[in-house]
Design a protein around this ligand. Structure first.
Ligand SMILES: *[C@@H]1O[C@H](CO)[C@@H](O)[C@H](O)[C@H]1NC(C)=O
Ligand SMILES: *[C@@H]1O[C@H](CO)[C@@H](O)[C@H](O)[C@H]1NC(C)=O
Ligand SMILES: *[C@@H]1O[C@H](CO)[C@@H](O)[C@H](O)[C@H]1NC(C)=O
Ligand SMILES: *[C@@H]1O[C@H](CO)[C@@H](O)[C@H](O)[C@H]1NC(C)=O
Ligand SMILES: *[C@@H]1O[C@H](CO)[C@@H](O)[C@H](O)[C@H]1NC(C)=O
Ligand SMILES: *[C@@H]1O[C@H](CO)[C@@H](O)[C@H](O)[C@H]1NC(C)=O
Ligand SMILES: *[C@@H]1O[C@H](CO)[C@@H](O)[C@H](O)[C@H]1NC(C)=O
Ligand SMILES: *[C@@H]1O[C@H](CO)[C@@H](O)[C@H](O)[C@H]1NC(C)=O
Ligand SMILES: *[C@@H]1O[C@H](CO)[C@@H](O)[C@H](O)[C@H]1NC(C)=O
Ligand SMILES: *[C@@H]1O[C@H](CO)[C@@H](O)[C@H](O)[C@H]1NC(C)=O
Ligand SMILES: *[C@@H]1O[C@H](CO)[C@@H](O)[C@H](O)[C@H]1NC(C)=O
Ligand SMILES: *[C@@H]1O[C@H](CO)[C@@H](O)[C@H](O)[C@H]1NC(C)=O
Length: 494
């Protein structure tokens, strides 16, 4: 017996010596001297008096006015029932062509630095030669072309809906509704803060446009529950950020691009927060993708019911809507069980149905790998989607009234029937063949393919179009896809 006892205690000692340390397979010799002494004792129970530290009395000397308070005052919501007084996108005095012919690279785009040494004299110490806007010209924070104006005006339409939308959920759902979705008073405070951020973004963009800046509109939202509200927010901010990433580096005004970058980075953080509130992995990709302006406008317009008289109109295209019949439902622990049309409406950005039976829902499930309540991050043991997944689709015919006052019309410039499904995610545009099975009905399979090894291109909330051709395009010339787009949808990959 004594012998056996001794054996057990050596075993225990060994186990303690081999106690688990964080391990990253293949990553050896990671250790460096790490000594930390954790203070011990009871937790705080009283929170004052606090130290009085050195400080002076100071306050902001100016407070630049915002274009709109937050919240925006009395609102109305719901569909538009009137008659449009004008129809179609904003037109130019004339149109010069139907395609932009490809050109060779810019003749000056030849710089290559094999040695990594400086090749030109520096203008001042520590400033390498080159760059734009680095030679002392005075910055001008205004749009510099029709392209700039229309892009920033589109961005402003987006900021205005966000300002209303973030407040709207807080206004229509009770504190208990939020708690039932796992969101606390502190989470609501975060959403309220995001709304205020939007009044700042709207002010910035309106200032860079001038007197014709579009005004805030009236909106028609698709959600019925807090989960659906959060789902809609993560989708809407997704096309908001990608819509800007698609044009930011094409702007004529670098100054406007700079301001925009500093606001859209905040929007990206909002998108990530909404993913976390939906219990999704916050950033399942390595790169956030960019999409053309007409794509962002296509996604956004169906949720704007009417705009004020004399509203500045947009020149961008509205593509017909593409629907995923089996859109993966993030409220399910087993997304394979998603039923046909498990979304709450018939607009491309509509959220997934959150009122599925409780025993199929992941919302209040406290099981690692299966729960999808709010969290910093979640693992999904059963993915939302996967390469090779059959994806059923239907799409609308062009010619549908859409957007503010039903005054825009969906259109396509494609020359033939759709033949390809174009998946836009991360740095990639991937085509899969479309199998047409009926009138405006067909299927394809979710593609595999990676950006760089270890990073599957398709993931997250992403963008999918039907096209008549499959031109090779990269992030900086993606908008050349527009003349080929037949319909446009939003896919909930994961
Ligand atoms: C780069 O700079 C280093 C240090 O001045 C020099 O030794 C080297 O020759 C340079 N290489 C080229 C290719 O200029
Ligand atoms: C300064 O740089 C801008 C481009 O950023 C260019 O348009 C302008 O001609 C340059 N001015 C001078 C004096 O070189
Ligand atoms: C998408 O990202 C999640 C989170 O990293 C991962 O678990 C999942 O496998 C990814 N999906 C695909 C198709 O790679
Ligand atoms: C849109 O409709 C609303 C409500 O009918 C109307 O007040 C507004 O003037 C219209 N806006 C435009 C731009 O026609
Ligand atoms: C709209 O424009 C017309 C013509 O310029 C003007 O008479 C009218 O006052 C404007 N309406 C509003 C609400 O600004
Ligand atoms: C959501 O799913 C439930 C349960 O399947 C169903 O009864 C309800 O009609 C669905 N709601 C919508 C808007 O499709
Ligand atoms: C979830 O389960 C863990 C482990 O059983 C428990 O510690 C935790 O309190 C539970 N959380 C909730 C919100 O029920
Ligand atoms: C979460 O997923 C990662 C890989 O995506 C895996 O390494 C890890 O073990 C998972 N953790 C849990 C708790 O399931
Ligand atoms: C979902 O369907 C795919 C394809 O049939 C299958 O490989 C996978 O195992 C299914 N997921 C689960 C959790 O059964
Ligand atoms: C999806 O497409 C496949 C292949 O055409 C078909 O067999 C299946 O019935 C479709 N499912 C739905 C829900 O439309
Ligand atoms: C995705 O884009 C990256 C970067 O341009 C490229 O290296 C890769 O081959 C692309 N992958 C696919 C599947 O198109
Ligand atoms: C888009 O750019 C890529 C290079 O990144 C080029 O290979 C391709 O031909 C371009 N597409 C068109 C239609 O110009």
């Amino acid at each position: 017996m004594a012998h056996r006892k001794a054996f057990i205690s050596t075993l225990l000692a060994r186990l303690i010596l081999a106690a688990p340390k964080p391990q990253v397979p293949g990553y050896t010799d990671a250790d460096f001297p790490l000594t930390v002494e954790q203070s011990e004792g009871p937790l705080a129970t009283s929170f004052f008096p606090d130290s009085q530290i050195p400080a002076i009395q100071t306050s902001a000397t100016t407070e630049p006015p915002r274009k709109s308070p937050d919240p925006t005052g009395p609102t109305s919501h719901g569909p538009f029932s009137g008659t449009p007084t004008t129809t179609g996108a904003l037109q130019a005095p004339s149109t010069l062509g139907t395609v932009i012919p490809p050109l060779p690279p810019n003749p000056t785009a030849t710089y290559y630095n094999a040695a990594g040494n400086l090749t030109e004299p520096v203008p001042i110490p520590y400033q390498p030669a080159g760059g734009l806007g680095t030679n002392g010209t005075l910055p001008r924070y205004m749009v510099e072309s029709d392209f700039d104006f229309e892009s920033i005006a589109l961005g402003l339409y987006q900021e205005w809906i966000e300002l209303d939308l973030f407040n709207n959920g807080l206004a229509v759902f009770s504190d208990q509704d939020f708690l039932d979705a796992g969101l606390t008073a502190e989470d609501r405070a975060l959403i309220a803060f995001m709304a205020i951020q939007e009044s700042g973004h709207a002010t910035l963009l309106a200032n860079m446009l001038g007197q014709a800046a579009p005004k805030q509109c009236t909106y028609n939202y698709p959600f019925r529950t807090v989960r659906e509200y959060i789902d809609f927010n993560q989708k809407l901010t997704r096309w908001g950020e990608s819509g800007v990433f698609g044009f930011m580096n094409h702007l004529d005004s670098r100054e406007v691009g700079q301001m925009l970058l500093q606001s859209i980075s905040t929007e990206s953080r909002q998108q990530m927060s909404f993913r976390q509130m939906l219990g999704l992995q916050p950033m399942p990709v390595w790169f956030e993708t960019g999409i053309p302006q007409s794509w962002a406008w296509t996604y956004l317009a169906p949720y704007i019911s009417s705009c004020p008289e004399n509203q500045t109109r947009l020149a961008w295209q509205n593509f017909p809507a593409l629907f995923f019949i089996n859109q993966p439902n993030p409220n399910r622990f087993s997304p394979n069980d998603t039923q046909p049309w498990e979304v709450v409406g018939r607009r491309a950005g509509d959220p997934s149905n959150s009122t599925i039976p409780p025993d199929e829902s992941c919302v209040n499930l406290n099981v690692t790998g299966y729960g999808c309540g709010p969290a910093i991050s979640r693992n999904r043991s059963e993915p939302l989607s996967f390469p090779g997944r059959l994806v059923n689709m239907t799409w609308e015919a062009p010619g549908q009234p859409v957007g503010p006052n039903n005054s825009y019309v969906t259109a396509t410039e494609a020359h033939g029937p759709p033949q390809w499904v174009a998946w836009v995610s991360q740095l990639n545009l991937t085509y899969t063949p479309l199998e047409v099975t009926g009138e405006r009905e067909g299927y394809t399979y979710q593609p595999a393919g990676v950006v760089f090894e270890g990073d599957p291109a398709v993931n997250g909330t992403m963008f999918v179009a039907l096209t008549d051709q499959n031109p090779f395009l990269t992030p900086f010339n993606l908008s050349m896809i527009n003349p080929h787009v037949v319909a446009l949808g939003l896919y909930q990959a994961g």
